[in-house]
Design a protein around this ligand. Sequence first.
Ligand SMILES: [Zn+2]
Length: 368
Amino acid sequence: MFELLAEEAGARRGRLHTAHGAIDTPAFMPVGTQATVKALTPEEVRELGAQVLLANTYHLALRPGAERIARLGGLHRFMGWEGAILTDSGGFQVFSLDHLVKVSDDGAIFRSHLDGSEQAFTPESVMAIQRQLGSDIAMAFDQPVSWPATDATARVAMERTHRWAARCLTAEAPPGQLRFGIVQGGFEEELRRESAEVLGEMPFDGFGVGGLSLGEPKAVTYGLLALQTAILPRDRPRYLMGVGTPADLVEAIARGIDMFDCVLPTRIARNGSILTRGGRINLRNRRFIEDSGPPDDGCDCYTCQRFSRAYLRHLFMAGEILGHRLASIHNLRLLVRLVAQIRERIGTGGLEHTMTSLRDLWALAPLP
Ligand SMILES: [Zn+2]
């Protein structure tokens, strides 16, 4: 159940109630692809302020298997996370990992990236996997298209996504599991409008906006996003899938998005890159060799309270795994906190001022 608590300048503040607690929105979800937010314990993820994380249907179905996780008590118990879990539909992985064998209205046949075995996902099987995992929010199976897709290709995939969404709704759901449909439509306004209208009529508990930020210009991303959020039902949450630079979060919240996930903060942390209020920096750079300051001046995370840039640089140069952990903690906290700071301003009358400061801070030009 979603409570819309305030609206201001296009942004929304709300609360989504799940079987594993409430999610204050807008919310940033750390990604736990393999039932782990890479290198962090559940307690560390909780301390970052995260109320929900994303786990990956495709990866968990192939290894260790959804039935096995069900026998072990479900995904929450398996990974030791007591907060909410959203599972994606696997659509993005099946259609982007370059091992698709065949797609038809029935579903998709693909080869496992692990052992090359032939696997099939249908709308029904994807919902069954998410039922076995026991996630709090299940996503409908969808077919995204890559940039630049022709209108004809995008239309076929969109119409198939709509038919699959209807089938996902007829599948049996465990008590308390919420279901989100996913709007698609490629990169043309007409298709994006049609997809939001068709999906918006279906009785989903929320909606993912899929197939964006796949290489198209940012102005296209934000324009299509605004177009779809204006059509989707106001009383249900909207989740922009796989998007998460600081600039993207600010712009998407201003266009009515409530939830985000992105691998960026943990992926770049592995290579020694951190997000700071002065931009993205790589701590391997020689200029940090005797930098005694914190990774980011304004950050309240564990890493920034305890350690210097020089120490983190040393860890990365020495190949110590603590470097990856500390950089992940910082990057995730920075995004969770950025979204929370905006959330607190929505409905106070001060949002425009906050957004202007954030755009200046992250050196963003406002887009129409
Ligand atoms: Zn920090």
